[in-house]
Design a protein around this ligand. Structure first.
Ligand code: ADP
Ligand code: ASP
Ligand code: MG
Length: 450
């Protein structure tokens, strides 16, 4: 058995879904379980609809909802039609959105209830389309198999129960027919719909892969694989043919959106390779992520980056670091459930980065009780990742040499020793990535890069 996950752009239209059906058909004998994202930008649209409702723009929210319904009806009509089910879903959704508007209150639980419709609909449509194109497919409701805790919008899977259900229901089904499931969604033990967080369909694929003991987890997307740099920031990147779980996890964590950061967790546990593949160019071999690392002449495998970072500088009000200073700082962040990505300390100060500033004001107010605090928004993290960075002298010198007069705000080498990260102003990001790419990928080891 294999798991094949198709992202939003891969299922954005009837035409795209037809291409997916062809890709799945060619792998039919490997007993695929197919996991799909919401069609195109549906999740963003659902959240915009909820936003409009909560802000009292009822007409706008109903208009957007109507457009989204018509889009799903029209695309589904091209692959066999599914009017009744789609209309029913939108009827429920419309009641839900109106309820949210009337109450004027949006809880994480109701956000999940709304955003889950994207994958609920896409999985029904894709299953229908597969049958329309001659594949014997069956839909499985992910909310009946993926069990999570109740941390809505960011729920964590309860592995034991989820694996038990996958093994009991999905694995036997997949031996007969192509199973189609929605990614991203699950439900709590009480049966309340939950989601795994934005980009979470990759994570679903990996959970399903581990649960059915798949031989491979394939992530089909809109790029040729993991590239040596984020293509939205730098265009000249190359495909990385092979990379370790640890490297992929680090890249994902530091912004390589092509993979959800948690994806590797179930895969590592059961030692299942993860492939990243392009649904528009299925002949390209993609990137293989697995336990073993291939020796590479290039110390850096890829450059990840993360925009919209806030740098927080915290200086001890006393002249030196009294003991307990770091503890107090982290207690504040912990209390406000604000996670810190990168940190550097000196004798009297601590710099750290935060990517979610929602509660930063409150954090700073509390920090201000025992330290001097300043924040700088508009920063970016750039992170070089490669298992060989730790064995290669001169990587840091190479970075600073390449950057010339670009101002580096903070530097940090992770404890894992396979990354070297730093912070620059967002305005310098493109120039930074280009300079580093030129420095570290001027020559490519053909065993690792294409
Ligand atoms: P999907 O909808 O298939 O899950 P995503 O948009 O979540 O697709 O992820 C794919 C995108 O990830 C690519 O289009 C690309 O812009 C972005 N990306 C960021 N960093 C990288 C990288 N190092 N390699 C490849 N893609 C990357
Ligand atoms: N549809 C969800 C999102 O847009 C999950 C995913 O695509 O992975 O975040
Ligand atoms: Mg994604």
């Amino acid at each position: 058995m294999i798991v094949m996950k198709f992202g939003g752009t891969s299922v954005e239209s009837a035409h795209a879904i037809e291409r997916v059906a062809g890709i799945v058909r060619a792998r039919r004998d490997r007993q695929p379980v197919v996991v799909v994202s919401a069609m195109g930008k549906t999740t963003n649209k659902l959240l915009a609809i909820t936003d409009a409702a909560i802000q009292g723009r009822r007409e706008e929210s109903m208009r957007l909802l109507g457009e989204l319904r018509d889009f799903h009806l029209a695309e589904a009509a091209l692959v066999g039609g599914l009017d009744e089910a789609i209309n029913e879903h939108f009827q429920e959704l419309s009641e839900l959105v109106q309820g949210i508007g009337v109450l004027g209150e949006l809880t994480p639980r109701s956000i999940d209830a709304v955003s889950a419709y994207g994958e609920r609909l896409s999985s029904l449509i894709v299953a229908q389309a597969f049958n329309h194109f001659g594949l014997d497919a069956v839909h499985a409701d992910s909310r009946k198999v993926i069990v999570t805790d109740n941390r809505h919008t960011q729920a964590a899977p309860q592995y034991a129960e989820t694996y038990r259900r996958l093994e009991a229901t999905v694995a036997p089904l997949a031996q007969e027919r192509v199973v189609v499931m929605g990614g991203f969604i699950g439900s709590t033990e009480e049966g309340v719909t939950s989601t795994l967080g934005r980009g979470g369909s990759d994570f679903t694929a990996s959970i399903v892969g581990a649960g059915i003991n798949a031989e491979e987890i394939q992530i089909w997307t809109d790029v040729d694989g993991m590239l040596t740099a984020d293509p939205t920031v730098f265009k000249g990147g190359h495909r990385v043919k092979t990379i370790s779980f640890a490297e992929a996890a680090e890249l994902a964590y530091f912004g390589a959106k092509v993979l959800h950061p948690a994806t590797v967790i179930p895969a590592i546990e059961r030692d299942i390779p993860v492939l990243i593949l392009n649904s528009r160019r299925p002949e390209v071999p993609g990137t293989r992520i697995s336990r073993e690392t291939v020796a590479s002449k290039n110390p850096v495998k890829s450059i990840a980056c993360k925009k919209k970072i806030t740098l927080v500088n915290i200086a001890s009000s006393r002249m030196f670091m009294a003991h307990g200073f770091l503890r107090r700082i982290f207690e504040v962040f912990d209390r406000h459930e604000t996670s810190v990505d990168m940190i550097a300390t000196s004798e009297v100060s601590v710099s750290l980065t935060v990517d979610n500033p929602a509660r930063l004001e409150a954090v700073c107010r509390e920090l201000g009780e025992f330290a001097e605090v300043s924040t700088e928004p508009g920063q970016a993290i750039v992170c070089l990742v490669g298992e060989n960075i730790r064995y290669t002298p001169g990587v840091a010198a190479g970075v600073f040499g390449a950057l010339g007069d670009i101002n580096v705000r903070m530097v940090s080498q992770g404890a894992s020793l396979l990354n070297l990260g730093f912070v620059v102003a967002e305005a310098d990001l493109a120039a930074t990535v280009e300079a580093l790419h030129n420095r570290f990928f001027a020559e490519l080891d053909p065993a690792v890069f294409d």
